[in-house]
Design a protein around this ligand. Sequence first.
Ligand code: NAP
Length: 332
Amino acid sequence: MTSNRSVKLARRPRGTVTRDDFTIDESPVPQPTPGTFRVRVRYVSLDPAMRGWMNEGRSYVPPVALGDVMRAYAVGIVEASSHPVFAEGDAVTGLFGVQRYALSDGKNVLRVDPSKAPLERWIGGLGMPGWTAYFGLLDVGQPKAGETVVVSAAAGAVGSVVGQIAKIHGCRAVGIAGGADKCRTVVEDLGFDACVDYKSETFGADLKAAVPSGIDVYFENVGGSVLDAVLPRMNRFGRIPVCGLIADYNATERPRGPHWSALLVSRLRVQGFIVFDFASRFPEAIEKLGDWHARGLLKMREDVRSGGVDAFPDVLNLLYSGGNVGKLVLEV
Ligand SMILES: NC(=O)c1ccc[n+]([C@@H]2O[C@H](COP(=O)([O-])OP(=O)(O)OC[C@H]3O[C@@H](n4cnc5c(N)ncnc54)[C@H](OP(=O)(O)O)[C@@H]3O)[C@@H](O)[C@H]2O)c1
């Protein structure tokens, strides 16, 4: 490969992204200048938040500028370096973008150990989605042994880890996912106590049956009608870490709000969080997640798609249609 191939944001999408929202750019492979290094990107992380990064407006990070390479977490190998810390051959994760080659000054780049886990896992269960599950559940949700923890998008990157950490801490773990197949995976492969299909006509009754002692912690990944069904089942003084609201990410109109009266009646604590609030403790999460994984207590699954950077818009949309099981990554 003698040239770089990158995906650039051409316009601000409306609703679900389409190929026309991006351009594919071919350019020379970048050469490191002093203080930088070049990464050959191997896997790009597909994250639901990417849809928000394409929008104008105030958020926890600035929007991707039109004409810029689409922002993305990725993992790859340092190929050439004029950097004092990162050397040729290092495996690294960072915000390298949807492209085959990236130049980096090392800011917010993490060296990872491919002898301990495959490259793609370092942007999945051992990377940002894993840290999100770890801090969101343990610090924000504060589950206690014997409590019931419910998590939505349970077959996905964050949700699958949340339920397993809940089990490690002696809780009853109940997932919510789309379809019977995903629910079977969540129970049989990941070891949750139960999983409820939110697409089923009997969702409300199934959820009630799956949480006979009510819900103490609801780890919120989706919002919308799932949240509506969960709120009345919350126990007094329950906690709701608000991690994500994917049901609304492609909305073109202001979504209908949930019934918040259960918050009042049951004195719930609802707290939004962003994984970077815990940046100083990422090494703790990597150590704990890695230890549980090595001891067979925590399974991590990646859903690796091919097609190179050109496949980015189609693969990204799998997140919003539920086409992925586990951490979705694109091999580039
Ligand atoms: N706060 C933070 O710092 C932080 C960090 C990382 C991720 N997040 C959030 O965590 C959530 C999960 O992210 P992830 O990376 O682990 O993605 P993921 O769960 O691997 O993939 C997204 C899943 O969401 C489900 N989904 C999509 N549309 C839905 C809808 N309308 N209603 C219900 N479920 C829907 C789909 O599963 P089904 O087939 O089950 O519908 C899909 O597979 C997202 O909301 C994301 O924004 C937050």
